[in-house]
Design a protein around this ligand. Structure first.
Ligand SMILES: NC(=O)c1ccc[n+]([C@@H]2O[C@H](COP(=O)([O-])OP(=O)(O)OC[C@H]3O[C@@H](n4cnc5c(N)ncnc54)[C@H](OP(=O)(O)O)[C@@H]3O)[C@@H](O)[C@H]2O)c1
Length: 273
């Protein structure tokens, strides 16, 4: 993926300690791009730094930051002061499925801060320099669940619809400026996502039998960067098609059908403690 080097500087990847973010870092480092890793778990970031530096001739830095915190963006900016950020990957995120009225308000706020506010403010912080240099890139990680309203993941789905709209809008503003923007809509992908949502390891394993790998999602996104404003995983394409051909209430009922099954699994997980 030679084209990734043209942006210069570091690729700043949020949520690099696991899942899709870690695979973005591995692929970028393999392509010769310096990486700046951001997430909360410092030991994981340190481990990945060592892995990437020992396998590839790249520089790797990290900052352990809670991106849902008030001063998160200032912390990231301070850690990256003096570095050129050529690629910004807004990937960190989590979900909290279940009936809306049962979910904790604090968790909703944290989710909106992490999934929506952090990408907006990081983009605002790092994109002006890219525009000035006339080269740079931003990747926005949305979801299949952001394509249509999502009963039983109402807030998460809304954050991902926000990400899809935000990434698409920036692509529209920046087309032709030398700053490339691509938004990815992964469908179910094997990562730590389901366990962080409260499912048990065995439930996650069962669900992930038919899922995409994190490496595949990171790869198709990086391959599409600079060529495609939107990249869809296979099942996301089906969702986008349904959204185009069905009236909104119909597609919402369809999503409700398969989210109901996930809701039942979550109830069982919570009951099991
Ligand atoms: N997996 C799927 O099925 C799927 C499908 C569609 C879209 N997505 C999207 O893909 C993105 C990556 O998720 P994933 O599936 O790779 O999940 P994951 O394996 O759980 O990874 C989530 C990453 O986000 C980081 N993170 C979580 N809370 C954070 C916080 N407060 N501050 C900083 N970093 C934080 C985590 O690191 P720390 O815990 O170390 O902070 C971790 O590196 C998310 O935006 C998600 O919405 C996932």
């Amino acid at each position: 993926m030679e084209h990734l080097k043209k942006y210069g500087g570091y690729a700043l990847i949020t949520g690099a300690s696991a899942g899709i973010g870690r695979e973005f870092a591995r692929l970028l480092a393999a392509a010769g791009v310096d990486c700046f890793l951001v997430a909360r778990r410092e030991a994981r970031l340190q481990e990945l730094q060592q892995e990437l530096e020992s396998k590839h001739q790249v520089r790797v830095k990290y900052a352990a930051v809670d991106l849902a915190a008030e001063d998160a963006i200032a912390q990231v900016q301070a850690a990256a002061a003096g570095d050129t950020i050529g690629i910004l990957i807004n990937n960190a995120g989590f979900g909290d499925g279940g009936e809306f009225q049962t979910r904790a308000p604090e968790r909703m706020e944290e989710m909106i801060r992490l999934n929506c506010l952090a990408p907006v403010l990081l983009s605002r912080a790092f994109m002006p320099a890219m525009i000035e240099r006339k080269r740079g890139a931003m990747i926005m990680v949305s979801s299949a669940l952001g394509i249509a309203p999502c009963p039983f993941e109402a807030v998460y789905g809304a954050t991902k619809a926000f990400d899809l709209s935000f990434g698409g809008a920036l692509w529209g503003e920046l087309e032709g400026t030398g700053v490339d923007v691509t938004t990815i809509c992964p469908a179910l992908t094997e990562t730590e996502f389901m366990v962080s949502e409260g499912f048990t390891e065995s439930q996650a394993k069962q669900a992930y039998r038919r899922s995409d790998s994190a490496e595949l999602i990171a790869r198709i996104t990086l391959e599409g960067l600079g060529k495609q404003p939107f990249v869809y995983a296979k099942d996301s394409k089906k969702m986008a098609m349904a959204r185009r051909v069905m009236p909104l209430p119909g597609v919402t009922r369809m999503v409700r059908g398969f989210m109901k099954r996930a809701k039942t699994a979550r109830r069982e997980a919570e009951a099991a403690g």
